[in-house]
Design a protein around this ligand. Structure first.
Ligand SMILES: [Zn+2]
Length: 252
């Protein structure tokens, strides 16, 4: 069975120079599936053109919480019409981020809520970003139930259990390989195996031993191996489980 990356930004500028080599390294490292996340319509159109004979890509588009102040109704409707397309498997990353901006909380909540409602109407899963906003994120997700994943989960194990109860998946990034990963390690021990996913969120959050360089999907293997080791799982068994989870959430 192969590895997968449930959240990557290989459509980012950071990969424009050497995308072919990045895809080649994915295939060499047996990373055969990836969800490409687009926050902008141009990036989404670019992402749709990315292909490799040995890798299966899926696509997600969403209005990022950091961008809500620049989104007017016309732009919102442009996103909305793309969500309806078959190629758009998931809506995200959407959510709340009070780390960089606490001044526009209400606007962030409004845009998040409207995208959750669209996900309900379109029967598509969501990919949720939450930073320093976990309670407000939870409250909206509880109010507007949909399928989805908490991407790059970095809150408590206790809160993770609450998201599991709502039916969400928990996706773990390369930070689980970092020295101060105590909380992430507690999270993985508390998440049922059939709700766990792994991701790079590349070009950010590079796992050890590549930390300090640009992250890329091939490095998801370090994160996967670390989690398998921590959970005392056979790697092959873990990969099979990850693939099942990915398909259950995002479709075949
Ligand atoms: Zn991301």
């Amino acid at each position: 069975m192969n590895w997968l990356d449930s959240h990557c930004h290989i459509n980012d500028e950071a990969f424009r120079e050497d995308l072919d080599a990045v895809l080649e390294r994915m295939a060499e490292n047996d990373v055969r599936k990836a969800m490409i996340i687009s926050s902008y319509i141009d990036d989404y159109r670019f992402a749709l053109k990315i292909s490799h004979p040995e890798i299966s890509f899926k696509h997600s588009l969403g209005i990022y919480p950091g961008d809500v102040d620049t989104v007017d109704e016309e732009l919102f409707h442009s996103y909305e019409s793309l969500y309806k397309e078959k190629e758009c498997t998931a809506i995200g990353e959407i959510g709340l981020d009070y780390h960089w901006n606490k001044e526009n909380k209400e606007r962030q909540k409004e845009i998040f809520q409207r995208q959750l409602v669209l996900a309900q109407q379109l029967h598509k899963p969501v990919i949720v970003h939450s930073r320093d906003a976990i309670q407000d994120t939870y409250d909206l997700m509880k109010k507007y139930p949909v399928q989805g994943v908490m991407h790059c989960y970095s809150d408590s194990a206790e809160m993770a259990r609450e998201f599991i109860k709502l039916g969400y998946y928990i996706s773990i990034s390369g930070t689980v390989t970092w020295k101060n990963a105590r909380e992430s390690l507690e999270v993985i021990r508390n998440v049922p195996l059939d709700r766990l996913l792994i991701e790079t969120d590349c070009p950010y959050l590079t796992p050890v031993p590549k930390r300090g360089s640009r992250n890329e999907p091939a490095y998801v293997v370090y994160t996967g191996k670390k989690i398998a080791e921590e959970l005392g799982l056979d790697e092959e068994v873990f990969k099979i489980q990850l693939n099942e989870n990915y398909h259950r959430l995002f479709g075949l």
